[in-house]
Design a protein around this ligand. Sequence first.
Ligand SMILES: NC(=O)c1ccc[n+]([C@@H]2O[C@H](COP(=O)([O-])OP(=O)(O)OC[C@H]3O[C@@H](n4cnc5c(N)ncnc54)[C@H](O)[C@@H]3O)[C@@H](O)[C@H]2O)c1
Length: 241
Amino acid sequence: MSHRFEGKVAIVTGGARGQGEQIVRALAREGGSVVIGDVLDDLGQTVADDVGDAVVYTHLDVTAPEDWAGAVALATSTFGGLDVLVNNAAIYRKQLLKDETAADLDKVLAVNLHGPFLGIQAVAPAMRARGGGSIVNVSSLAGTTSYAGHGSYSMSKWALRGLTRTAAIELEASKIRVNAVLPGNIRTGMSPTTASSDTPTGLKRQADPQETANVVVFLASDDASFVNGTDVVADGGSLLG
Ligand SMILES: NC(=O)c1ccc[n+]([C@@H]2O[C@H](COP(=O)([O-])OP(=O)(O)OC[C@H]3O[C@@H](n4cnc5c(N)ncnc54)[C@H](O)[C@@H]3O)[C@@H](O)[C@H]2O)c1
């Protein structure tokens, strides 16, 4: 067992279930302390209780700047600082462009794009105080291609890559790395079907959330110390061919 996160403190949004939960568990297994931020309070608290003292849960609606301030303050008061942010929380929406409304597009952008933007603003001072850090934004394969009915979701995930690049440039001097992960179809509540199995190329199966969590955790760790401002696609090769 490696101890890549010994002495490190992370905030993981959307950590109450799915891929986020696996990220939380992996960080804790490797010695890290974690603040789970989510809006599913019962589920999030259950995960925190299950993992133990290294993990605390807080209500963090990523669209609310005051919740971000609270989560950063909690990380600092409970664990002494902040080194890692994983912007994992998101909502999924499927609607053809002809039927989509600006109001529903705004809801998706608020969580999937404004959320990480507010998070980056909120955590940067605390990371600077530690001499650096790592931010991982969870985009999607829909952030480098798209599919019918994925207009709002795809817009949010493409834009998150632009935010990733800009933040990496602006935070480089503070030794804060910022990268994005673009998972393919993961077996979670967001995507419970076996949709990826019909792709013509690649592994032809959904990812176990642990498999994509591993990629996020790599980028969050010092093993990725020379990786900055880029995307890592974790899709089982579905874009091949
Ligand atoms: N499941 C997939 O196939 C897939 C594919 C590509 C990318 N992703 C991305 O992976 C990430 C994790 O998704 P998942 O599959 O585990 O989905 P999930 O729905 O199981 O988990 C998303 C989590 O985000 C939380 N969340 C939603 N709105 C929030 C808000 N306003 N504030 C705080 N938390 C909020 C949810 O409560 C939930 O715990 C997301 O960014 C998603 O877009 C998923």
